[in-house]
Design a protein around this ligand. Structure first.
Ligand code: PEP
Ligand code: MG
Length: 614
């Protein structure tokens, strides 16, 4: 095993190291690192192996190669039938890589010589190939790097599928360190036993960060070279608020964090005093606070923190933790458990949003030049009516007993809504004909997360019963900055004036059409933005359970007249930096120069108290 004794690590480096990143899920955790090498789409837990294991690893490699070839061939036939033989040939390049005897030889050589498991060896070989290709001048050859990466992903996911239901074995209380945590990987980890996440890629709006927050697990992303600078077995302190990670912290840092953790606890206790208070502004305007949840277990914390309903039930999780599609009955049972707990409060079920970065190992999608701009959300579901109808049947059956509504993901305009509504009606007719109990006339809503939907918000609002503003995707699409891509993270600016204007447009559209509007993107969960959002006219916020108390506190400190002045002023500004400075100045003025969020932790991302390498 590649893990060192933590005590030895501490002795080797007398001074603790502090690595900087971006805090993407707040809280502080301490524990021992477990380094996961992550393929493009699957976790590849690297393990050292014994000589006796080499034969088993060889067999695993051959099985994975066979699975990947079969999968690719199936995909090629599917693409050929649906799109045509020429596009299907694009997959031929990947087939060639898979057939290449050198690939198998190199992987096996690493397994035998380095005594590393097959996942580790594949990751190294693929990385070597792609690095070489990334460096060549010829654009065509450079493009082939993507094919090679995809082959790597395919092999790793073939290997992962055997333990799909369980995910890698993690020691209890481990801190997972990885280059990247894709949603399908995060979902498969035994989340309850993960104390924190440290990743090289990703940021606040990545799906894995959202999952970490919903779980209340501290996480720091964008830690350069995290998997190579941290070793399995290193002792870590992860500060998700300041965005720093201490490796083998010395006694002074440990003491500092004893104090900070105590402070954090008392801050949370203080927030709990708001628990029984209404979510309303200083001038008495109610701002319903709803929960964003991903799984049945999130219902408990959401109710504990006083959620007035579920504004967004992301159903992807039910799909990512399985190695096959959940059946209609399985879906209905899970959804009913949440709806029962919230009854008589409403639960908004969102149809599964697949595509983009949300890929299921058992539902390979045709390779896309740009997955975020390929078919996803409702567009993808409309092409897979069986999947769509099974989920709708599950929703409508739950609606027989509980207030439920249906939310369509990634809507571009009215056409998708009309088409989806036709399918809902068809499902109602089919359930009726089969004599199955269901709730007729459920409310149908559209996510507004594509700029086109925001721009036609009024017409779209008239077409549905409610709108839900998804700023996570809206930001990526309007600013042309992939929410999962670190290379463009600095362009992903939720406070960009273009985003604020679109939000304003959506508010006006919903008001004009007399429809309910909720914001469920991550902006809603950031208490520093609450006044601005209220000032822009938003009145219903749906946030992760762990963020509810802080957001309620921010609502209760806001006077609407001040909020709308703030929004008015922000809309005059030309850049995200200027708007951020405006919000900062307001915070400083309100708190007498002290920002409780920033001083809650003594150590900050911009200057650790001590430590060597930063
Ligand atoms: C959004 O895009 O803002 C949203 C809520 O959906 P998701 O984060 O699941 O894509
Ligand atoms: Mg979205």
């Amino acid at each position: 095993m590649d893990h060192g004794d933590p005590a030895v690590g501490a002795r080797e480096r007398a001074v603790s190291r502090v690595l900087k990143g971006e805090g993407v899920s707040s809280g502080v955790a301490r524990g021992v690192a477990f380094v996961l090498a992550c393929g493009d789409r699957s976790a590849a837990p690297r393990r050292d192996i014994d000589a006796a294991d080499v034969a088993r690893e060889r067999a695993r490699l051959d099985a994975a190669l066979a699975t990947a070839r079969a999968e690719l061939e199936g995909l090629r036939q599917d693409v050929s039938a649906r799109i045509g033989p020429a596009p299907a040939e694009i997959l031929g390049a990947q087939a060639l890589v898979l057939e290449d005897p050198h690939l198998r030889e190199r992987v096996l050589r690493l397994v035998e010589e380095k005594r590393v498991n097959v996942e580790g060896a594949i990751s190294d070989v693929i990385e070597g190939y792609t690095r070489a290709l990334d460096g060549v001048a010829d654009a065509y050859l450079r493009e082939r790097a993507a094919d090679v990466r995809d082959v790597g992903r395919r092999l790793l996911s073939a290997l992962a599928e055997r333990r799909a239901a369980r995910g890698p074995d993690l020691p209890e209380g481990a801190i997972v360190v990885s280059d990247e945590l894709l949603p399908s990987v995060t979902a498969r980890l035994q989340l309850g036993s993960v104390r924190a996440f440290v990743t090289e890629r990703g940021h606040r709006f990545s799906h894995s960060s959202i999952l970490a927050r919903s779980q209340g697990t501290p996480a720091v992303a964008r830690v350069a070279d995290a998997p190579s600078r941290i070793r399995t077995g290193d002792r870590l302190i992860v500060d998700g608020e300041a965005g720093v990670v201490f490796v083998d912290p010395d006694a002074a840092v440990e003491r500092e964090y004893d104090r900070l953790e105590a402070e954090l606890r008392s801050y949370r206790e203080a927030l709990r005093e708001n628990l029984d208070q209404p979510s309303a502004t200083l001038d008495g305007v109610a701002v319903p606070l709803l929960a964003n949840i991903n799984k049945v277990a999130d219902a408990g914390p959401a109710l504990l923190y006083g959620a007035e309903g579920v504004g967004l039930y992301r159903t992807e999780f039910q799909f990512t933790i399985r190695d096959r599609f959940p059946s209609e009955d399985e879906q209905r049972e899970l959804l009913a458990r949440v709806a029962e707990r919230f009854h008589p409060r409403e639960v908004v079920f969102r149809l599964v949003d697949l595509g983009g970065d949300k890929v299921l190992p058992y539902f390979p999608l045709p390779p896309a030049r740009n997955p975020s701009l390929a078919e996803r959300g409702i567009r993808l579901l409309l092409r897979h009516p069986d999947l769509l109808k099974a989920q709708l049947r599950a929703f409508l059956r739950v609606a027989a007993d509980h207030p439920v509504s249906v939310l369509l993901p990634v809507v571009g305009g009215l056409d998708e809504v009309r088409e989806a509504r036709d399918v809902v009606r068809q499902v109602e007719r089919e359930l009726s004909a089969a004599g199955v109990r269901f709730g007729a006339g459920v409310r149908l809503g559209a996510m507004v997360e594509v700029p086109s939907a925001a721009l036609v918000a009024r017409a779209l609002a008239r077409e549905v019963d409610f709108l839900s503003l998804g700023t996570n995707d809206l930001v990526q699409y309007v600013l042309a900055a992939d929410r999962e891509d670190q290379g463009v993270a600095s362009y992903y600016q939720p406070l960009h004036p273009a985003v604020l204007r679109l939000i304003q447009l959506v508010v006006e559209g919903a008001q004009g059409a007399g429809r309910e509007l909720t914001i469920c993107g991550e902006m809603a969960g950031d208490p520093r933005l609450t006044a601005l959002l209220l000032g822009l006219g938003l009145r219903r916020l749906s946030v992760a359970p762990g963020e509810m108390l802080e957001v309620k506190d921010a609502v209760r400190r806001t006077r609407l007249a001040d909020a709308s002045d703030l929004a008015h002023e922000a809309l005059q500004l030309g850049s995200a930096a200027e708007i951020e400075a405006l919000l900062e100045a307001r915070r400083a003025a309100l708190s007498g120069g002290v920002d409780p969020r920033r001083t809650r932790h003594g150590l900050r991302a911009d200057g650790p108290a001590r430590g060597g390498e930063v």
